[in-house]
Design a protein around this ligand. Structure first.
Ligand code: NI
Length: 156
Protein backbone atom coordinates (compact mmCIF):
# COMPACT_ATOMS: atom_id res chain seq x y z
CA UNK A 1 0.00 0.00 0.00
CA UNK A 2 1.13 3.50 -0.69
CA UNK A 3 0.10 6.99 0.20
CA UNK A 4 -0.87 8.96 -2.89
CA UNK A 5 -0.72 12.70 -3.35
CA UNK A 6 -4.03 14.48 -2.91
CA UNK A 7 -4.57 16.83 -5.83
CA UNK A 8 -5.89 20.34 -5.22
CA UNK A 9 -9.16 21.51 -6.77
CA UNK A 10 -7.18 23.77 -9.08
CA UNK A 11 -6.16 20.62 -10.98
CA UNK A 12 -8.35 19.96 -14.04
CA UNK A 13 -8.76 16.31 -13.04
CA UNK A 14 -11.05 17.56 -10.25
CA UNK A 15 -13.53 18.99 -12.74
CA UNK A 16 -14.15 16.02 -15.01
CA UNK A 17 -16.82 13.35 -14.89
CA UNK A 18 -15.34 9.99 -13.83
CA UNK A 19 -15.88 6.80 -15.80
CA UNK A 20 -17.43 3.70 -14.23
CA UNK A 21 -15.18 0.78 -13.33
CA UNK A 22 -15.74 -1.95 -15.93
CA UNK A 23 -13.54 -4.59 -14.35
CA UNK A 24 -12.17 -4.83 -10.82
CA UNK A 25 -8.59 -5.82 -11.64
CA UNK A 26 -5.32 -5.64 -9.67
CA UNK A 27 -4.92 -1.99 -10.57
CA UNK A 28 -8.29 -1.14 -9.02
CA UNK A 29 -7.52 -3.20 -5.89
CA UNK A 30 -4.23 -1.35 -5.47
CA UNK A 31 -6.03 1.95 -5.98
CA UNK A 32 -8.55 1.03 -3.24
CA UNK A 33 -5.77 0.02 -0.83
CA UNK A 34 -3.89 3.23 -1.53
CA UNK A 35 -7.00 5.40 -1.18
CA UNK A 36 -7.76 3.90 2.26
CA UNK A 37 -4.15 4.46 3.31
CA UNK A 38 -4.21 8.02 1.98
CA UNK A 39 -7.51 8.83 3.70
CA UNK A 40 -6.25 7.37 6.97
CA UNK A 41 -3.09 9.49 6.79
CA UNK A 42 -5.07 12.63 5.93
CA UNK A 43 -7.50 11.93 8.81
CA UNK A 44 -10.41 12.73 6.54
CA UNK A 45 -13.94 11.35 6.34
CA UNK A 46 -13.96 10.57 2.62
CA UNK A 47 -11.77 10.45 -0.45
CA UNK A 48 -12.76 10.14 -4.10
CA UNK A 49 -10.56 8.68 -6.87
CA UNK A 50 -10.18 11.98 -8.78
CA UNK A 51 -8.58 13.41 -5.63
CA UNK A 52 -5.67 11.07 -6.25
CA UNK A 53 -5.76 11.84 -9.98
CA UNK A 54 -7.77 8.82 -11.15
CA UNK A 55 -10.95 9.45 -13.17
CA UNK A 56 -12.86 6.39 -11.97
CA UNK A 57 -16.14 6.14 -10.08
CA UNK A 58 -14.71 5.11 -6.72
CA UNK A 59 -14.73 6.63 -3.26
CA UNK A 60 -13.82 5.49 0.24
CA UNK A 61 -15.39 6.59 3.51
CA UNK A 62 -14.12 6.40 7.07
CA UNK A 63 -17.11 5.49 9.25
CA UNK A 64 -15.45 7.38 12.12
CA UNK A 65 -16.27 4.49 14.46
CA UNK A 66 -13.92 2.84 16.95
CA UNK A 67 -12.15 0.78 15.70
CA UNK A 68 -11.63 2.53 12.39
CA UNK A 69 -13.56 1.09 9.49
CA UNK A 70 -13.32 2.08 5.86
CA UNK A 71 -15.99 1.38 3.28
CA UNK A 72 -15.06 1.18 -0.39
CA UNK A 73 -17.64 2.18 -2.99
CA UNK A 74 -17.20 1.21 -6.63
CA UNK A 75 -19.65 2.68 -9.18
CA UNK A 76 -21.78 4.16 -6.38
CA UNK A 77 -25.29 5.45 -7.02
CA UNK A 78 -27.38 7.39 -4.54
CA UNK A 79 -30.71 5.61 -4.91
CA UNK A 80 -32.71 7.27 -2.13
CA UNK A 81 -32.50 10.40 -0.02
CA UNK A 82 -34.66 11.80 2.76
CA UNK A 83 -34.75 14.80 5.05
CA UNK A 84 -32.33 17.69 5.01
CA UNK A 85 -29.41 18.91 7.07
CA UNK A 86 -27.24 21.95 6.73
CA UNK A 87 -23.82 22.96 7.96
CA UNK A 88 -20.28 23.70 6.94
CA UNK A 89 -18.16 21.20 5.08
CA UNK A 90 -14.54 21.04 4.05
CA UNK A 91 -12.58 19.04 1.50
CA UNK A 92 -9.10 17.49 1.53
CA UNK A 93 -8.48 19.07 -1.89
CA UNK A 94 -9.29 22.61 -0.76
CA UNK A 95 -7.17 23.38 2.27
CA UNK A 96 -8.61 26.05 4.53
CA UNK A 97 -11.97 26.28 2.76
CA UNK A 98 -15.33 25.57 4.34
CA UNK A 99 -18.62 25.93 2.57
CA UNK A 100 -22.18 26.04 3.85
CA UNK A 101 -24.14 23.19 2.29
CA UNK A 102 -27.62 21.73 2.40
CA UNK A 103 -27.61 17.93 2.17
CA UNK A 104 -30.09 15.11 2.71
CA UNK A 105 -30.23 13.76 6.28
CA UNK A 106 -30.27 10.16 5.07
CA UNK A 107 -29.07 8.46 1.92
CA UNK A 108 -29.09 4.97 0.49
CA UNK A 109 -26.15 4.23 -1.76
CA UNK A 110 -25.89 1.22 -4.03
CA UNK A 111 -22.35 0.20 -5.00
CA UNK A 112 -20.00 -2.70 -5.62
CA UNK A 113 -17.39 -3.84 -3.13
CA UNK A 114 -13.89 -4.96 -4.18
CA UNK A 115 -15.21 -8.47 -4.81
CA UNK A 116 -17.72 -7.16 -7.33
CA UNK A 117 -20.64 -7.78 -4.98
CA UNK A 118 -23.45 -5.25 -4.84
CA UNK A 119 -24.29 -3.75 -1.46
CA UNK A 120 -26.49 -1.00 -0.13
CA UNK A 121 -25.10 1.46 2.40
CA UNK A 122 -27.47 3.51 4.50
CA UNK A 123 -25.90 6.65 5.88
CA UNK A 124 -27.24 9.31 8.24
CA UNK A 125 -25.97 12.72 9.24
CA UNK A 126 -22.18 12.83 8.69
CA UNK A 127 -22.23 9.63 6.62
CA UNK A 128 -25.00 10.99 4.38
CA UNK A 129 -23.01 14.18 3.86
CA UNK A 130 -19.87 12.25 3.10
CA UNK A 131 -21.61 10.08 0.49
CA UNK A 132 -23.07 13.16 -1.23
CA UNK A 133 -19.78 15.07 -1.08
CA UNK A 134 -17.79 12.16 -2.55
CA UNK A 135 -20.45 11.42 -5.19
CA UNK A 136 -20.20 15.04 -6.31
CA UNK A 137 -16.45 14.57 -6.81
CA UNK A 138 -17.18 11.73 -9.25
CA UNK A 139 -19.19 14.20 -11.33
CA UNK A 140 -16.42 16.79 -11.27
CA UNK A 141 -18.07 18.95 -8.62
CA UNK A 142 -16.36 20.20 -5.49
CA UNK A 143 -17.65 21.90 -2.37
CA UNK A 144 -16.95 25.22 -4.09
CA UNK A 145 -19.60 24.33 -6.69
CA UNK A 146 -22.17 22.87 -4.29
CA UNK A 147 -21.94 25.23 -1.32
CA UNK A 148 -24.27 28.17 -0.88
CA UNK A 149 -21.46 30.36 0.42
CA UNK A 150 -18.00 30.21 1.97
CA UNK A 151 -17.89 30.00 5.74
CA UNK A 152 -15.22 32.08 7.44
CA UNK A 153 -14.18 31.04 10.89
CA UNK A 154 -12.86 33.44 13.49
CA UNK A 155 -9.72 31.43 14.09
CA UNK A 156 -8.72 31.45 10.38
NI1 NI B 1 -13.83 16.63 -1.10
Amino acid sequence: MAIRNIVPDTDEVMHKVCRPVAKIDDKIITLLDDMVETLKKAEGVGLAAPQVGVLRRIFVINTMEEPEEFIEFINPEIIETSGTQEGSEGCLSIQGFEGFVVRPMKVKVKALNRFGEEFIFEGEELMARACCHESDHLDGKTIRDTCEYEVFREDD
